[in-house]
Design a protein around this ligand. Structure first.
Ligand code: GN1
Ligand code: MG
Length: 365
């Protein structure tokens, strides 16, 4: 339900804000939650207001508790390192006047965090930004590596579990709810061909050869804030999917989103190729900060992570198309199919460069 300005200001009035705010306007371009920038009377952005998509994040209590645990943990680490400017290096969520981590207005769940002054975000990646992003996401994982098992919940159960995503895909095919199966037959076959090879992590986990770690699980370049003056990463944002899972998520999703010469939903698959410079720069940065906790087996698998997450996203977009577009926000009737084809083209390009990308890891083995 769209909210009027008065309703939004009323929601904001429920939180412990330090200053008067006058407007809340759409901000960024996430596919899941609604994000608004909140300005004061001088027109300065002071806060970020988000309406949580509770059809997707069904356990809002768990979600907000996870985020509270993660941000407090990082804050303590930064304090212990003697860092300054900590409010710009970790998100600060504001409690409601009743001291809760979110506000429920009868139909929507809301939360507010401080906007980080002097920061900017990027939608496009250069090798320099990619290296900085790799260091930052590796550092993020490394700071969270000592959160005891069982502390964080899975805010979306089995979020990056490939076997589970294939199960959902097969359920969608069986139901054929939108009658679209004929149209996507060829790409369904391509997905099936690769299914077994893409479930390595789940198998290794069952055999006790791979452990779960705390991952960000949405490592797009636009999920970090850069210092506008220095282009160094200040802070990792979009913490909804920080949860226990398999380690390849956080390199894989960056390769998928950052190391693509085209767009995630490029209408012309010819535009879509892997950009190896971006991959190498991210990997170098990531290895600088993540090496200390990675096992040799995980290091070896990192480029496979790019193939896996691209395959997973192909499966997720295709499943949503087959289901009749019930999950992702779409901007045109065939948007999910266009996304599927663009992701599949990226997967083919990653497969064509697999030997070179896998070989790049030898320097750390
Ligand atoms: C969603 O919210 P956003 O747009 O950053 C999705 C990711 C997908 C991505 C595809 C909770 O992320 O998993 O990779 O779209 N988030 C959720 O662009 O499903
Ligand atoms: Mg996001």
């Amino acid at each position: 339900m769209t909210k009027t300005k008065e309703q939004l200001l009323n929601v904001l009035g429920q939180f412990q804000l330090a200053e008067k705010v006058v407007s809340a306007e759409p901000f960024g371009n996430g596919h899941i939650n609604d994000t608004l920038k909140v300005t004061n009377e001088k027109g300065e952005i002071k806060y970020v207001l988000q309406r949580i998509n509770h059809l997707i994040f069904t356990n809002v209590d768990m979600l907000q508790n996870n985020i509270h645990t993660v941000t407090s943990h990082i804050r303590k680490k930064l304090e212990a390192k003697g860092e300054n400017d900590i409010d710009r290096k970790v998100l600060t969520f504001l409690p409601t006047k009743e001291g809760k981590l979110y506000y429920f207005d009868g139909d929507s769940y809301w939360r507010v965090c401080l906007f980080i002054p002097g920061s900017k975000s990027y939608e496009e990646v250069t090798p320099e930004l990619s290296y900085e992003a790799g260091k930052a996401f590796g550092d993020f994982q490394s700071m969270l590596a000592d959160i005891p098992e069982g502390t964080l919940g899975e805010t979306i159960p089995n979020f990056h579990n490939m076997e589970f995503r294939l199960q959902q895909f097969h359920d969608a095919i069986k139901a054929n709810a939108a009658n679209r199966l004929d149209e996507v037959k060829d790409i369904v076959d391509e997905v099936e061909k690769r299914a077994e090879a893409m479930c390595i992590q789940e198998r290794l986990y069952r055999e006790g050869k791979l452990k779960k770690r705390t991952n960000h699980c949405d490592t797009k370049v636009n999920n970090m804030m850069f210092d506008a003056a220095t282009d160094k990463v200040l802070c990792v944002i979009d913490l909804d999917t920080v949860m226990p899972g398999f380690v390849l998520s956080d390199i894989g999703d960056f390769i998928r989103t950052g190391a693509n010469t085209g767009a995630e939903d490029d209408e012309n698959p010819d535009n879509v190729e892997v950009n190896l410079e971006i991959f190498k720069a991210y990997t170098r940065g990531y290895m600088e900060t993540a090496r200390s906790f990675l096992t040799p087996q995980e290091i070896k698998l990192l480029p496979y992570g790019g193939r896996l997450l691209t395959y997973m996203q192909t499966v997720r977009f295709l499943t949503d198309y087959i289901n009749g577009d019930t999950y992702y926000k779409i901007h045109s009737p065939k948007h999910n199919l266009i996304r599927t084809k663009a992701q599949f083209k990226l997967l083919q390009s990653l497969e064509a460069h697999a030997t070179e990308m896998d070989g790049f890891m030898n320097q750390w083995l």
